[in-house]
Design a binder for this molecule. Structure first.
Ligand SMILES: Cc1cc2nc3c(=O)[nH]c(=O)nc-3n(C[C@H](O)[C@H](O)[C@H](O)COP(=O)(O)OP(=O)(O)OC[C@H]3O[C@@H](n4cnc5c(N)ncnc54)[C@H](O)[C@@H]3O)c2cc1C
Length: 229
């Protein structure tokens, strides 16, 4: 059920130079499915504006709602979020969205492909489904430009260590480091059969990856996506 509620900032943590993680309060009966988003409601020049943000935490964490967001300096919402302090109040609405794990799929694997803050819905999904589906394989390809832009990296490494059914592939497109390099599309598994793919982030990456999967013969029914722009 979609709810609209007043929410307070519990904390606003800097993760990288331009990415922060805000924890908001939410009603105890607020429920959602991993992959869904909530919208922040703002007023500008007498008009109501909504900005959607994927919910980062798993639904089992009641009474709180976390988002990660990237500062868009000329934007409407993110400069306000970036400066938000503990106790500040926002109007929120949610949950919404159909970017969900295909739990009915008989495919063996679920592969998540993200750039930047597009990784958020996958964190919620992994925290929920890795233990629920131990016989399924999960993969996360997380692309950023520079190593310093990787966030939640330690959390994903910890999940990779804890769960044999999870492979974490962070990749940097503009920096040499000890990990993978290049764009996310370059790190897709060799065998694309028997897998569902979920792509989330900026439009160009989402469209390029969808096209690549299509060119390689992956059926559209196995490709799910959420575009942030
Ligand atoms: C379903 C959904 C879920 C989303 N979840 C998240 C999330 O979890 N985290 C998150 O950070 N964003 C997320 N977004 C994007 C978010 O809703 C806003 O669009 C974004 O934060 C910019 O908002 P703003 O009001 O600051 O900028 P706006 O006033 O909306 O935009 C100002 C200008 O910046 C451009 N712009 C917008 N976003 C970006 C960007 N990321 N990089 C560069 N330029 C940009 C716009 O095209 C516009 O020209 C999501 C979008 C959708 C549709």
């Amino acid at each position: 059920m979609i709810q609209q509620f007043k929410s307070k900032v519990v904390s606003n943590k800097q993760l990288t130079e331009d990415v922060k993680l805000i924890t908001f309060t939410c009603p105890d009966d607020f429920t959602f499915q991993p992959g869904q988003f909530a919208s922040i409601i703002l007023e500008k020049d007498g008009e109501t504006k909504l900005r959607p943000y994927s919910i980062l935490n798993p639904p089992t964490e009641k009474g709180q709602l976390e988002i990660v967001f990237k500062l868009v300096p000329e934007g409407l919402c993110t400069p306000i979020l970036f400066e938000a302090n503990e106790g500040d109040e926002f109007d929120l609405k949610g949950p919404m969205g159909r970017f969900l794990l295909d739990e009915k799929s008989e495919n063996k694997g679920h592969w998540f492909i993200a750039n930047g803050t597009g990784v958020a819905p996958f964190y919620s999904m992994l925290k929920t489904f890795l233990s629920k589906y131990p016989m399924k394989e999960f993969g996360l390809i997380f692309g950023v430009r520079h190593v310093k832009s990787l966030f939640l990296h330690e959390n994903f490494i910890a999940l990779d260590k804890e769960f044999d059914n999870f492979t974490y592939i962070p990749t940097c497109s503009r920096e040499n480091w000890e990990g993978s390099m290049g764009r996310v599309q370059e790190h897709l598994p060799d065998d694309l059969s028997n897998k569902c793919f979920y792509i989330c982030g900026l439009k160009e990456m989402v469209e390029d990856t969808r096209k690549l999967l299509d060119d390689k013969g992956v059926d559209k029914s196995n490709v799910h996506f959420e575009r942030y722009s």
